[in-house]
Ligand binder design. Structure first.
Ligand SMILES: Nc1nc2c(ncn2[C@@H]2O[C@H](COP(=O)(O)OP(=O)(O)O)[C@@H](O)[C@H]2O)c(=O)[nH]1
Ligand SMILES: [Mg+2]
Length: 343
């Protein structure tokens, strides 16, 4: 199982103060109390958004503070309510109280909300406190306090892209070059394969999870089966990125080797959308990318260099395009509900 986590600190807004004020008008020497109420403080909500795919934003920006309520003023004017703050989280986010570990919410469906902190109520102004015996109250209420708490968010991730390459192809280097965060990996029983994971963020809206799958190839060499759970995970990986080295004796042959070994795990894996890259392009003499790939017998491949950064941005765009298409197709397909809890 791949797990993304974030700890966030939420603060709802305190309510605004009630106002102490008296009517002042020409020819009305002793106006009554007219202090308005404070506005309510803003609340903090977590809300499921289908476009958010990881907890990256919450990790990078873990503090969420909603606005305070405005203070009341004279002439019975109420203070403005503080604006609520909506924190977007991906579908499947489990919310825990960070101190007790208690599960507070399991957010699944787009639009679903969890009230993480309720704004304080606004204090009442002195206009509220006039009575027949006490016509000029000089007091008003303070606003109610806001709430503050730490929450622990957790999300089970599926790798969107799996990197497949022979040892030394440059998988780990590429992953470290393009990813912004490292989610945790829970152990998969019965497998020697330890994936390395990274979250790739093209921008706020376009994020995906990439996994470097070293043992996918090594395991096949040793004739070991992958753990059932892990295989199931790989099967749900949307896109495979095949990586061969520019400096290899015969890159086209390397690709055939990779395909053969991947298919040993499951022929269906080869039907996944894919990209092929020739890595370490910086080691080639400078020439046109397409020409270089054609010369190496891989006319459909892209040339990249994790070292110089060349070709990486268009590669990520390509990968995202394939992922987005797969997500779209899934959106119209029946929901996949038989995952079980053991993944
Ligand atoms: N010149 C060059 N070397 C690279 C590049 N990417 C990786 N390497 C080197 O190739 C070796 C293997 O890389 P690594 O990422 O560990 O490969 P992996 O076994 O597929 O994970 C390391 O010495 C890297 O420094 C690249 O773009 N250009
Ligand atoms: Mg490696």
């Amino acid at each position: 199982m791949l797990i993304d986590q974030a700890r966030i600190h939420v603060f709802s807004g305190p309510g605004g103060e009630g106002c102490v004020s008296f009517r002042r008008e020409k020819f009305v020497p002793k106006g009554g109390p007219d202090g308005g109420d404070g506005g309510c403080g803003g609340s903090v909500f977590l809300e499921v958004n289908a476009h958010v795919r990881t907890l990256l934003d919450c990790r990078e920006q873990p503090r969420y503070r909603a606005a305070r309520g405005g203070h009341g003023s004279g002439n019975r004017r109420s203070g403005k309510d503080g604006r609520d703050l909506v924190v977007r989280v991906p579908p499947g986010t489990v919310v825990r109280d960070a101190e007790t570990g208690e599960v507070l919410a399991d957010l699944v469906h787009p639009g679903e909300q969890f009230a993480a902190g309720k704004g304080g109520r606004g204090g009442r102004g002195n206009a509220h406190f006039a009575t027949s015996t006490h016509q000029a109250p000089r007091h008003a209420e303070p606003g109610g306090p806001g709430e503050e708490r730490w929450l622990e968010l957790e999300l089970k991730l599926i790798a969107d892209v799996g990197f497949v390459g022979l040892p030394n192809a440059g998988k780990s280097t590429l992953l470290s070059r393009v990813s912004k965060a490292r989610p945790r990996i829970a152990p998969y029983p019965f497998t020697t394969l330890e994936p390395h994971l990274g979250i790739v963020a093209l921008d706020e809206e376009r994020q995906f999870v990439a996994a470097d799958l070293p043992g996918l190839i090594a395991g096949a060499h040793e004739g070991k089966g992958l753990g059932h759970q892990f295989l199931r995970h790989i099967e749900r990986t949307r896109v495979l990125l095949f990586m061969v080295e520019a400096g290899a004796e015969d890159p086209a042959h390397d690709l055939e080797v990779l395909e053969r070994e991947v298919s040993l795990h499951g022929p269906a894996l080869l039907e996944k959308p894919r990209c092929v890259v020739v890595t370490k392009g910086d080691l080639l003499p400078p020439e046109d990318h397409a020409a270089a790939c054609a010369r190496l017998g891989l006319p459909d491949a892209r040339l990249i260099s994790a070292q110089s950064g060349e070709g990486l941005a268009p590669l990520l765009e390509d990968l995202w395009g394939l992922i987005a298409r797969s997500l779209e197709a899934e959106g119209t397909a029946p929901a996949d509900e038989d995952e079980g809890e053991d993944e």
